[in-house]
Design a protein around this ligand. Structure first.
Ligand code: GLC
Length: 739
């Protein structure tokens, strides 16, 4: 550096530091008011409070307003931004658009507070991964984390900084369309999957440009519904809340989740959006969460429509006093909070606290220090639907599929002449399921395209629409199938029969599709059914008419390739069910971890009892043998850890992945125990003939349960430790639980 320049740099540095102490800073010779909140050298808490000290009540309320962006409301959104009445937007997508909106917010508001952009990135953004229920069937935390990391990389490249995921509701009712968004019926598995998603979304820091802040939802107990009908909340107990519903939220907080979203439903008759018990006593008190809590869509207005408040003002009052901080799309807060403060019904401190969490999240996301750096169109075009992302999506899709039946090992197929029939032969959009963000139908290949790649010259296909399974079509399909070696029947529910606000009274295929399977069975030597759906279905009428059944769920953009890779044997299926499949809709609610009772109760009108397919079930192209189940001690004292080991051997012809599951079952407690509860799982990849000893370590906490007084305590007496392939096939060993 030239000498003269060196001295001028030192001098400007001295001037800068003198001015900085006085709140004035000099950048490149120009003097500008530089506030603590703009200075990244200060801790975030100090910066947020400095900013709040400078804000008016209107500006604080503006930060609590979360608005949906549509092209049609662009001008009103821009006006609200300039007036400082918007804290965050949802449904604004695209680096270019969001950069323009961000510049407007930073340049045109008094304090230059940036926006935060939210989106429903539930199972992918442009590259769509399998639905969450399917992803949970991988039982592979690393794969789920990888899927969320890809989703974060894509969504963040399109100007998104927060996703409304993971969804951790736990349901036992396949009639509920949103069961497709859940991660299975077990609190332990759901907890691990939620943590994996949060790691994938958030990475090491949500300020990293390829990551997203995570918003866990719907707090709490949304899945407790009357007959599985969405939004129609049903009562559930404090015990159910603490023993089941809260578990994944505890895991999410432990993993550092950035925010929460409330539920549409209620607890103890009080809308979740108004529940101080949920939103303050439990969330802040028992769970110790110190981040942002937002409503779900219009819940403050919904409370009025549900008859739980007379008007916006009362609903806002109850919401803000319950602990709800950001108002998604109802605008109740922006319309009434100022009046509530000025009339003395709400202290400004409460509003400030809410704005504190909203602003802290923006500082943590790096938006104050680099409000524009994330919005990079070049990164966006390179990231969306990249070959690497598609390859990961195919791996996760194939790993999520569950082989439910494979009589006489008809699968994998080899050189046979194949006919593809059914509404999924040429389907694209429905393969992506529901909540498929910016997934594009034309990105999705069809089954017939993928099968032709994998079985060249061997495939005849007869596509039809979901309403095209007519008697004429069935006749044509049957005639064609009679000339082929194998019929692959591609059936399922269209994606408009699943998802939010969609509940169904039937949980089986349409009669027309069942008739297609039945008819093909009569003329074709081998019948393979591939099922596309987002909920457990009653499969009896399919099972009776096929040799093999593959549960493919809604497998996403690369779903067809994944199906073909399994049917051809390129991949050995490894998925395991995380939701019990009932024999009959009359069995609902179904669950593997039922409470025990004193009699063997089941349905007198069912020839066979129990579920059609149990929790944890799934077949493979190879076979597994378990042996040498041992424990490090038959007597487990307090604060001891217990090692449980088991040997697993691949005794079949193919390399494969086995998911070893460990359950606990208590002979007695001082409350009625559940039949069994999942406590660990681990996967092994073994070649034919290979074996591995899997070791689990259990600690005191693993033997805790919710006592009759609602307090967690450690079980005493004894415990059966069940280790095996699924919740209905396992070896067991007994241990004494000493004081
Ligand atoms: C919804 C859903 C919620 C979603 C939100 C924003 O209605 O319940 O899961 O994140 O609106 O789209």
């Amino acid at each position: 550096m030239v000498k003269g320049k060196k001295y001028s740099k030192i001098l400007s540095g001295v001037i800068s530091s003198v001015f900085l102490l006085g709140g004035i800073c000099v950048n490149n010779g120009c003097v500008s008011k530089c506030f603590t909140y703009k200075d990244a050298s200060f801790p975030i808490e100090k910066r947020v409070n400095d900013l709040l000290d400078r804000m008016t009540l209107d500006e604080m309320i503006g930060q609590l307003n979360l608005l949906p962006y549509y092209e049609s409301n662009d001008s009103s959104i821009r006006e609200s931004i300039v007036l400082g009445r918007v804290g965050a937007l949802l449904k604004a997508d695209g680096a270019a658009l969001n950069l323009r909106l961000q510049r407007l917010a930073v340049d045109s508001t008094r304090l230059g507070i940036p926006l935060m952009f939210h989106e429903d990135v539930i199972h992918g953004y442009r590259t769509i991964f399998p639905i969450p229920l399917a992803m949970s069937c991988t039982w592979n935390d690393e794969l789920v984390e990888k899927a969320s990391a890809v989703a974060a990389a894509e969504a963040s490249s399109s100007g998104i900084q927060l996703t409304y995921a993971p969804m951790v509701d736990i349901s036992n009712d396949p009639r509920w369309g949103r069961i497709m968004e859940t991660m299975g019926e077990d609190p332990y598995l759901c907890s691990r999957m939620a943590a994996a998603q949060i790691r994938g979304f958030q990475g090491n820091a949500i300020s990293d440009h390829d990551r997203l802040a995570s918003c866990v939802k719907h707090f709490a107990g949304y899945a407790s519904l009357s007959a599985g009908r969405d939004y129609l909340g049903d009562y559930f107990s404090e015990r159910m809340l603490r023993e089941v519903y809260l578990k994944p939220y505890e895991a999410a907080i432990h993993e550092g989740v950035s925010s929460f979203m409330c539920s549409y439903t209620m607890f103890e008759g009080v809308p979740a959006t108004h529940s101080r018990h949920l939103n303050t006593e439990i969330l802040r008190g028992d769970l110790g969460f110190d981040g942002l809590l937002m409503t779900d869509w219009r819940t403050l207005s919904n409370a009025i429509a549900s008859g739980a408040a007379p008007d916006d003002t009362v609903s806002s009052l109850r919401g803000i006093l319950s602990g709800i901080e950001m108002d998604m799309t109802s605008e109740c807060y922006s319309k009434t909070l100022k009046y509530l403060v000025e009339s003395g019904q709400v202290s400004e401190t409460v509003v400030r606290r809410a704005a504190y969490h909203a602003l802290k999240l923006k500082f943590e996301a790096g938006l104050f220090d680099d409000p524009y750096g994330r919005f990079d169109e070049n990164r966006e075009s390179a990231e969306l639907l990249s070959p690497g992302n598609k390859s990961k999506a195919e791996e996760v899709a194939a790993s999520s599929m569950v082989l439910l039946k494979n009589d006489h090992n008809v699968l994998p197929l080899n050189k046979e002449r194949i006919v593809l029939v059914g509404p999924y032969v040429a389907e694209r959009a429905s393969l992506m399921g529901s909540w498929c963000a910016k997934g594009v139908e034309d990105d999705v290949r069809t089954l017939e395209e993928s099968f032709r790649d994998v079985f060249p010259g061997k495939v005849v296909s007869l596509p039809c629409g979901f309403d095209g399974v007519t008697p004429e079509y069935v006749g044509q399909a049957t005639r064609t199938a009679s000339l082929c070696d194998v019929a692959v029947v591609c059936v399922g529910e269209p994606n408009w029969l699943i998802g939010e606000a969609v509940s169904t009274s039937r949980v089986e295929l349409s009669p027309e599709q069942e008739e297609l399977v039945r008819s093909v069975r009569k003329v074709c030597g081998k019948v393979v059914v591939v099922l596309f759906n987002g909920r457990p279905l009653v499969t009896k009428n399919i099972l009776d008419n096929c040799d093999a059944l593959l549960e493919a769920w809604y497998p996403g953009t690369m779903g067809a390739e994944a199906v073909a890779s399994i049917i051809s044997g390129e991949r050995n299926p490894s998925g395991r069910l995380t939701q019990t499949f009932p024999r009959s809709v009359g069995q609902i609610p179904v669950r593997y971890n039922e409470l025990r009772t004193f009699a063997d109760v089941d349905f007198s009108d069912l020839e066979e009892h129990g579920p059609q397919f149990p929790f944890g079930y799934g077949l493979s192209y190879t076979d597994w043998e378990y042996s040498s189940l041992e424990v490090s001690s038959a007597n487990v004292n307090l604060r001891d850890s217990l090692k449980v080991s088991v040997n697993v051997r691949n005794v079949g012809p193919e390399a494969g992945r086995e998911t070893v599951q460990l359950y606990l079952s208590y002979p007695f407690l001082d409350v009625i125990p559940r039949k069994m509860e999942l406590r660990r799982y681990s996967q092994v990849d073994l070649a034919p003939g290979e074996s591995e000893t899997v070791v689990f370590t259990l600690c005191d906490k693993d033997f805790e349960y919710l006592g009759p007084d609602g307090v967690m305590r450690r079980a005493e007496g004894g415990c059966r430790i069940l280790v095996g392939h699924d919740s209905s096939s396992f070896d067991e060993v007994f241990v004494n639980l000493a004081k």
